[in-house]
Design a protein around this ligand. Sequence first.
Ligand code: PEP
Length: 251
Amino acid sequence: MRKKIVAGNWKMNTTLNEGVGLAKDVNEALKNVTPKCDVIIAVPFTHLASINAVIDSNRLGLGAENCADHKSGAYTGEVSASMVASTGATYVILGHSERRQYYGETSETLKEKVSLAFENNLTPIFCIGEVLEERENGTYLDVVKKQIEDALFNLSAEDFGKIILAYEPVWAIGTGKTATDDQAEEMHAFIRGVIAKKYGDEVAENTSILYGGSCKPTNAAALFAKPNVDGGLIGGASLDAQSFMGIVTAF
Ligand code: PEP
């Protein structure tokens, strides 16, 4: 059975003190509920070790928002997968559209990052999604298929089975425009079919595919009710413990 997951992506928000406070609030709130999903927060590199020290890892998973595409060495300013793992984090978001758009990440660099994440026992939360023009010109299914094929289809079935996918239509990220439940379901079912064709039904059925893009407590339940939507990757609404918990408890 594939896992249901709600993961927060804090992006470049919160100072260290604010971030530790927010993580503590989420950790505390999780003591009072029995969530029907795994809960993860992906936070800035600078916060990882401090947050790892204050959360209960059985209740709340911890991840980075990126890692380098090289193992180590003369790459000033970069943070490697092994450095991320050394903080206690066990997840890493890779291929977020903001990284692709503003930092020129390609499927080739992402392949390296995925492989380094695995070498360091980090679970990739791998993002895919089309831009508005591709949604409007009807190429969105092909675009997402190609993103998956180009960056992930070099993996063995065993490694592919460890990936969490996040479908994030770029036009819905931070815009307040959510994909409808039916638009999300159409894409998620399509993605599962693409995986099944390459790796077989069992791998496809066991892959968690999260939806991301202006997901809020008010729309999460309807999205999560769709059979192929296995949870959410949450940006803005993860910066407030109460609204993040509103999404966690939408399952
Ligand atoms: C994201 O960036 O991963 C995201 C889903 O952002 P938001 O929820 O703010 O649209």
